[in-house]
Structures are given as structure tokens and as C-alpha cells.
Design a protein around this ligand. Structure first.
Ligand SMILES: CC(C)(COP(=O)(O)OP(=O)(O)OC[C@H]1O[C@@H](n2cnc3c(N)ncnc32)[C@H](O)[C@@H]1OP(=O)(O)O)[C@@H](O)C(=O)NCCC(=O)NCCS
Length: 180
């Protein structure tokens, strides 16, 4: 799908205030400024913002790359840390465009699979991730500060990589079956 009236572009340090504001307004999980800057410094290709034609920032996605060493093999995992789109700009394809561009960025760092956590009650986000190919690996009980569980969702992005390797790397984090 083509995104009209909006542009996805790399995060720049001067965007920090806007990104922090959107993060605070639309997500209960907030981070200090240095956390955003650290992820930008290390993984600039997968930290993106969405802006209007007037240059107003209305969404962002921030990721990092985590190598996992399990039973003699290394799996490079992209981790989507935070994504949000301002309420009045939702359902126009911005979230999807941010995710797809973040995936491209994560691929430049060698990511073989991508994963994320999402509140089990967060239907819009779960639908978005399922639409672009993410699957539920399991549930992380009490993942959030208020006690809500998370779905751990993942997508294999390296051709030929077997899902079982992702389960080997991340399976121990999930305590319950995803279809509880
Ligand atoms: C999740 C979020 C980023 C989606 O952003 P968005 O720009 O509205 O998403 P898109 O317009 O790209 O939607 C893409 C697809 O996701 C699904 N989707 C998005 N919002 C949905 C909703 N409210 N209900 C059902 N499906 C939804 C649809 O399949 C949609 O495709 P469609 O419009 O062709 O049906 C946005 O709702 C948000 O910022 N939520 C608050 C922050 C948050 O929960 N972040 C995720 C934390 S893990």
C-alpha cells in the first residue's frame, strides 16, 4: 500500500522531544531520553518517524538488534521496542509503513527474525502485526508493570530459516501456551 500525505524518514536527534511526547501520550511504557538516543546511535536504520507534509511528527518506531546464542548457534534477532501513531492519524497505513521500513532497517544489521511484545488486550496492534506476517510464539505472564500479560510475536525474515530456531532462542521467555 502507498502511504499518501505522510512520509517515513529516519529519526534525527532533533526529533527526540516529539517522539518522547508521542510515546508518553499513547503508551504506558515510557523511556528516558538516553534510551531513545542509545538505540538511535546503535541502530539508526531501524529508528524511523512518520511526518505530515507540514513536517509534523505523528508516529515513530524504535528497534534494536540482539544476537542470541543458543545451543551452538547464533540467531540475530531484531526487536521492535516501541511503536506509536498519534490517534488522529491512525488507520491510514502509517503503523504498517513504519513496521515495514523498520524491517528493512533491521535486515541491514543482519536480522534473521524479528520479535516484539504486545499487550494481550491490544487488538489494533495485534491485527497490524498479524497482517504483516507476525505469529504468536507464546504468552509472557505479567510482562507489563500493571500485571497484564504480553504476547511474544515473531516473524522470520531470513529465507529458509526454520521457525523452530526462533522457538529455541525465545521459547524460554514464554511460560504459557499462546492459545491458553
Ligand atoms: C498499533 C498502531 C501503531 C497502529 O497504527 P496505525 O497507523 O493505525 O496502523 P495502520 O493504519 O497501518 O493499520 C494497519 C493494519 O493494522 C490493523 N489495524 C490497525 N488498527 C486497527 C484497529 N483499530 N482495529 C482493527 N485492526 C486494526 C488493520 O489490519 C490495518 O489494516 P487496514 O486498515 O487495511 O484494515 C496504533 O494503533 C497505535 O499507535 N496504538 C497505540 C500505541 C500502541 O499500542 N503501540 C503498540 C504497542 S506493542
Amino acid at each position: 500500500m502507498m502511504l499518501t500525505n505522510y512520509r517515513i524518514r529516519p529519526f534525527r536527534p532533533e526529533d527526540l522531544e516529539d517522539v518522547e511526547r508521542i510515546n508518553k501520550v499513547f503508551l504506558p511504557e515510557n523511556y528516558p531520553g538516553y534510551f531513545f538516543m542509545e538505540n538511535y546511535r546503535r541502530f539508526p536504520n531501524s529508528f524511523l518517524v512518520a511526518e505530515t507534509e507540514e513536517g509534523d511528527i505523528v508516529g515513530y518506531v524504535m528497534c534494536r538488534v540482539e544476537p542470541h546464542y543458543t545451543r551452538g548457534f547464533t540467531l540475530i534477532l531484531g526487536h521492535v521496542l516501541s511503536i506509536a501513531v498519534s490517534k488522529e492519524h491512525r488507520r491510514r497505513g502509517i503503523g504498517e509503513a513504519l513496521m515495514l521500513r523498520a524491517e528493512e532497517g533491521l535486515l541491514t544489521y543482519g536480522s534473521e527474525a524479528i520479535y516484539l511484545e504486545v499487550r494481550v488486550s491490544n487488538e489494533p496492534a495485534i491485527r497490524l502485526y498479524e497482517k504483516i506476517g507476525y505469529k504468536k510464539l507464546g504468552i509472557i505472564p505479567f510482562y507489563y508493570a500493571d500485571g497484564e500479560d504480553a504476547f511474544l510475536m515473531y516473524k522470520v525474515v531470513k529465507e529458509g530459516l526454520d521457525d523452530s530456531l526462533v522457538y529455541q532462542a525465545l521459547g524460554r521467555r514464554v511460560a504459557l501456551d499462546k492459545d491458553r
